[in-house]
Design a protein around this ligand. Structure first.
Ligand SMILES: *Cc1c(COP(=O)(O)O)cnc(C)c1O
Length: 221
């Protein structure tokens, strides 16, 4: 099966990057990004031992979730921008919200969540217009807001550098995110995708979000 071969290759690359950085494999969580792929992709990846899954759109995952059997221990991460009118549904569908970027969104999630939600703050480190995420300067206020929400557990920071062929272009963004997390004493760093996750691990990623390298190219919807 292609997925199991792809997973072996990704695992080899994660191990090698951990070795280069003097880190243990267990310090990195592999999140399988299943956006655009059907529910079966999640079931197949689960059968191969994966437990963390990333989806970008509440609506897409809402349509997919009924097709999933019970998957004990599976954790679903929302890694795409969360519109406030979708926040209630998001708290039903996901265990982890990686894209909290305003105090208002944090407050909504807190009010709507029926169980404790793990939260990452999405940080925007580039000047790209289209990107969501909080400015680094706004982190203290955002962190205080999240910490004031008893149903939210703050894990760390998440970012997505500008797209580039060359993973070395992403490295300065990864380094900057780690410096911010260190400065704010946050343990988790969600950074690195199929093309640049090794650099991310070398710079301290605790969560890598990998789609293409596992499931192949996404066909545009
Ligand atoms: C799609 C996506 C990924 C996975 O990207 P690949 O290049 O397919 O590995 C990771 N993080 C976010 C936020 C994404 O939107």
């Amino acid at each position: 099966m292609v997925l199991s071969e792809n997973l072996s290759q990704v695992e080899e690359r994660i191990h090698a990057a951990c070795a280069r950085a003097g880190r243990s494999r267990s310090s990195v969580t592999l999140i399988a990004v299943t956006k655009v792929f059907p529910a079966q992709a999640i079931v197949d990846a689960y059968a191969l031992g994966l437990r963390d899954f990333g989806e970008n759109y509440v609506q897409e995952f809402d349509a997919k979730a009924p097709g999933l059997p019970e998957l004990p221990g599976a954790r679903f991460h929302l890694i795409g921008h969360l519109q406030s009118n979708k926040s209630r549904r998001a708290t039903d569908l996901f265990q982890v919200i990686q894209t909290v970027d305003t105090p208002r969104l944090a407050q909504r999630l807190h009010e709507q969540a029926r169980w404790p939600m793990e939260v990452f703050l999405e940080v925007k480190l580039s000047g790209e217009e289209a990107k969501h995420g909080a400015a680094p300067e706004s982190l203290p206020v955002l962190m205080a807001a999240v910490r004031g929400c008893s149903r939210l557990q703050l894990s760390g920071l998440m970012t997505m550098p500008p797209w580039s062929e060359d993973p070395e272009d992403s490295r300065p963004y990864f380094r900057r995110l780690r410096e911010l997390a260190d400065a704010h004493h946050l343990p988790a760093l969600s950074m690195g995708m199929s093309n640049d996750f090794e650099a991310a691990i070398e710079e301290g990623a605790t969560h890598v979000r990998i789609g293409t390298a596992l499931f192949g190219k996404r066909v545009k919807r």
